[in-house]
Design a protein around this ligand. Structure first.
Ligand code: ADP
Length: 874
């Protein structure tokens, strides 16, 4: 980064002012109003010009130390602020607080607004389809983590406790907060902070050591219970509240409750799985389109879309809860009329949660109230449409507040096409307030009014030429020509004498004048007051509106799932606590839609806790291994959010967790090598998976040498089968692994069928039992266009290699138990390297590997050490 200010010993008075303001906001990008621009200086300019893709210039170019500078036009700063927030920056907006023409010296300036990414209630690039979380964290001496998540734009507030850093980081990755609040204590854990930053590269980390708002937390529904049951979570929540109070200047009335315990009823989902299964974003592009969320989102409201995202990230593990949702989807699906009508009605509903927030925070305008009225009326209609429903749907429908009082109040009060601003009038209907009607009458009839006074005075005085006129100095006045001066009544007050006329005023005329001129102003102020009174009345109903919003979100999400099921012919899965995952005719929800000209080939997958614990899938590259594995994981996950699934039938024994280790990932940018990422993902799986888990391993051990890779893949598969006993789909290009099936009762070989035809390979996309004899790598390479000469040579080399495939007793190449076969260990071809002339040391060390007690990583270390020894010795 460039030099820190001040660059110059003698900055101008304006720059001195800049520096003193900047000193109060050292962690924010300061937008400094200068004429028609907001300017940024020094390091802020360097950083912001990059983020905003605007030109970086400098202020005093001829100076040996020019000051970096960039600026944006004052009238359109909102998108620029949004962009800076998106990049994880905090922004302070500094305005001119006096009229520059009246200023003596430098115009007075002050920071009028500070915005941070996690505290955006409205506008500023807020994504309608995602929660916008501020996260607060706390740590206690027992190593427990508290995590609080608050979305000020909707009032959503929750907190939980986590026992391990992994569980905590997982949750953080799931919530994707835009801003993270830490205190001094957290800063003492640099490795934790580094992991957080790797996980959330765009998060703004704010430090706050203010007093936790414990009283405010206690006042929330669920607050006191949280303090008692989950002290660390409560600590995080209280700190989050206090930060929100500071930034929102105390107004948090729409945060009425705090919930907790989500971790207990939802499936744990680590960051790798969320990423690998492309649940909410594609990999590596990071786009929503192409993700599971995009494929399943047929909601019509922003509320529903946000809830669906939460459902996908928090699949359920309780069979009854899952069944309840499935039943709800089924019930909508079984009524075609409802399936058509509900989305039509839901479409009329605006972002009820965020409008409610604007109402509560006092930033809603008249159009927001109209949108609220329309939304509430549509919600009421949804309630009516669902009058005959049962179960979960009926429960949600029952939570929709008919809100007749509010709908009525808005309809009666707010004009049909109000302007955006609430200070210019034109927002309140006639007939609501007598005072306002009178004022409007005066405004509309101002001229008539004066004319009527003129007529009355002419009559009273008998002066037919008497006129009422207006000028800026006196306002309204009566003018009488000199010829009639003697008829002027005593109550006229003379103001001015002209050559041929006199000008007068009367108290009555002045009073009228005040009425007319003040009427406009008064009407505006009165309209504003009436509007604010109504808005305040609605704000009192915040909890009712929030309950309605929550119910609508759920109904919308369920309706969306029903629509998708109808559109793509999904089936209702049977979900139970058993151990079988039995998918017949399963399809990949995204791949099957990709290219309508390609017929997607459905596949069956059976996993259980006996003979089909681990399916070892082989087949050439591009055969469809990843697809069938991912679709199985997605089908399980979809079933557990309560969605129908792309299959002809599916029985899903609930998975407590889904783990994935997939291909080479893009974590290089996060500073880890591909191999490291691969291994740490595998380590997590072996450490945390259990018999109820579903594990997807799509290639392992590719990021290292063949021997290492094969050894690791072997050991991992063995450990998953023997000790972890997780239901596992394991794809590998190491054919040697298929020999594991000879030893492992719960392991089955499967492969994706291909046909060889004229030396070319044809993909059949069918998953069938048995191992492939052939990896067709060379054929695939040929398809990919590798030069003929190279293909020819590769075929030759392959033949040479394959000539030495089996050992003299015909045993499996890798599978021999070293511990039981002392005399002539049946070593894999690859490991024969170790035993060609086994030294005593080698034999002893090999015997250290006990399949029952040695962890794969230990085994790996031993093998690697041995390899070094052997290489050294040979
Ligand atoms: P692998 O993991 O074996 O290398 P993939 O699963 O990545 O292969 O599949 C390669 C491509 O084949 C996919 O991108 C998809 O277009 C197509 N494909 C895979 N499975 C099927 C299927 N069941 N039906 C139709 N096309 C498929």
């Amino acid at each position: 980064m460039s030099k820190k200010p001040p660059y110059n010993d003698a900055p101008t008075p304006m720059l001195r002012q800049y520096q003193s303001i900047k000193a109060q906001h050292p962690d924010a990008i300061l937008l400094f109003r200068l004429g028609d621009f907001y300017e940024m200086f020094y390091d802020d300019a360097v950083v912001a010009s990059k983020h905003l893709e605007i030109t970086l210039t400098s202020r005093n170019k001829n100076d040996p130390n020019p000051i970096p500078l960039c600026g944006v036009p004052y009238h359109s700063i909102e998108p620029y602020i949004a962009k800076l927030l998106e990049k994880g920056e905090k922004v302070a907006i500094c305005d001119q607080v006096e009229d520059p023409r009246q200023a003596k010296g430098v115009v007075k300036r002050e920071v009028t607004r500070v915005v941070t990414p996690g505290v955006v209630a409205d506008g500023l690039g807020l994504d309608a389809t995602a929660d916008n979380f501020l996260a607060g964290i706390a740590l206690d001496e027992k190593g427990q983590f508290g995590l609080a998540l608050a979305d000020i734009s909707t009032g959503l507030f929750q907190a939980d406790t986590f026992d391990t850093p992994e569980a905590f980081l997982e949750e953080l990755a799931r919530a994707e907060p835009r801003e993270l609040l830490v205190n001094e204590a957290c800063a003492q854990h640099p490795s934790l902070m580094a992991r957080i930053q790797r996980l959330l590269p765009n998060v703004l980390i704010s430090t706050d050591d203010g007093e936790p708002a414990v009283d405010a937390l206690e006042a929330l529904t669920g607050g006191a219970a949280l303090i008692e049951r989950m002290p660390v979570a409560a600590q995080a929540a209280a700190r989050t509240l206090s930060y929100l109070q500071q930034t929102q200047r105390g107004n948090l009335r729409h945060i009425t409750a705090i919930s907790s315990g989500r971790a207990a009823y939802a499936m744990r989902l680590d960051e790798a799985t969320k990423r690998n299964l492309e649940l909410t974003r594609t990999m590596p592009a990071g786009e929503r389109e192409g993700s599971l969320l995009h494929a399943l989102d047929r909601t019509t409201t922003a509320l529903g879309s946000r809830l669906l995202k939460r459902w996908i990230l928090y699949p359920l593990i309780d069979v009854d809860a899952i069944e309840e949702r499935l039943e709800a989807v089924a019930s909508i699906l079984s009524e075609p009329g409802l399936l058509r009508a509900l989305p039509e009605t839901l479409r009329e509903i605006y972002d009820l949660e965020r409008i409610t927030t604007r109402v509560a925070l006092g930033s809603a305008n008249a159009r927001d109230l109209l949108a609220l009225r329309e939304s509430l009326a549509a919600a009421r209609l949804v309630r009516e449409q669902l009058a005959d429903s049962a179960g979960l749907i009926a429960q949600h429908a029952g939570c929709i507040d008919p809100a007749d009082d509010l709908i009525e109040a808005i309809a009666q009060t707010i004009a049909d096409e109000p302007p955006l601003t609430i200070r210019e009038g034109g927002i309140i209907r006639n007939g609501i307030d007598e005072g306002l009607d009178e004022l409007r009458h005066i405004i509309d009839h101002g001229k008539d009014y004066i004319a009527s006074i003129e007529a009355a005075e002419r009559k009273r005085t008998g002066i037919s030429s008497l006129k009422i006129r207006y000028n800026k100095v006196f306002g309204y006045y009566l003018e009488v020509t000199n010829a009639h001066r003697d008829k002027v009544p005593a109550d006229y007050i003379r103001k001015q004498t002209l050559a041929n006329a006199e000008r007068y005023i009367t108290p009555q005329l002045k009073e009228r004048e005040e009425t007319i001129l003040g009427a406009q102003e008064k009407a505006r102020a009165l309209e504003y007051d009436l509007f604010v009174t109504l808005r305040e009345r609605i704000a009192e109903a915040t909890p009712r509106l929030q309950a309605t919003a929550e119910a609508i979100a759920a109904i919308d999400a369920l309706t969306g799932l029903a629509r998708i099921a109808a559109e793509y012919d999904y089936c209702r899965p049977t979900v139970d606590d058993g151990s079988a995952i039995d998918i017949q005719g399963g399809r990949h929800p995204i791949v099957e839609r990709m290219d309508p000209s390609v017929r997607f080939v459905p596949n069956d997958v059976l996993l259980d806790d006996t003979d089909n614990r681990l399916l070892l899938i082989t087949g050439p590259n591009m055969a469809g291994k990843s697809t069938v594995m991912r679709q199985s994981a997605l089908i399980v996950l979809m079933a557990q959010i309560g969605s129908f699934v792309p299959a002809t039938s599916a029985r899903i024994g609930v998975a407590d967790r889904i783990f994935t280790r997939v291909g080479a990932s893009d974590a290089l940018a996060q500073g880890q090598s591909t191999f490291m990422v691969e291994m740490s993902e595998a380590a997590t799986i072996l450490r945390e998976a259990g018999p109820k888990s579903l594990v997807i391993i799509d290639e392992i051990g590719r990021g290292t040498s063949t021997f290492d890779g094969l050894a690791i893949a072997w050991a991992v598969a063995e450990d998953l089968h023997d000790r972890v006993r997780a239901r596992t789909l394991f794809a590998t290009h190491y054919h040697e692994l298929t020999e594991l099936a000879l030893q492992k009762t719960g392991l089955r070989n499967m492969h994706i069928a291909v046909k060889e035809w004229n030396g070319e390979v044809v993909f059949l996309r069918r998953l069938v039992p048995g191992a492939t004899s052939h990896s067709y790598g060379i054929q695939v390479a040929k398809l990919a266009g590798l030069p003929e000469g190279v293909i020819g040579r590769a075929t030759e080399v392959l033949t040479n290699l394959e000539a030495g495939e089996f050992d003299e007793v015909g045993s499996p190449r890798i599978g021999g138990h070293r511990a039981t076969d002392h005399a002539a260990p049946a070593q894999p071809a690859q490991f024969q390297l170790f035993t060609q002339s086994p030294s005593h040391e080698v034999v002893t060390r090999l015997h250290d590997i006990d399949p029952n007690t040695t962890t794969p990583l230990e085994a790996l270390t031993i093998l690697q050490e041995l390899k070094k020894t052997v290489t050294r010795n040979s």
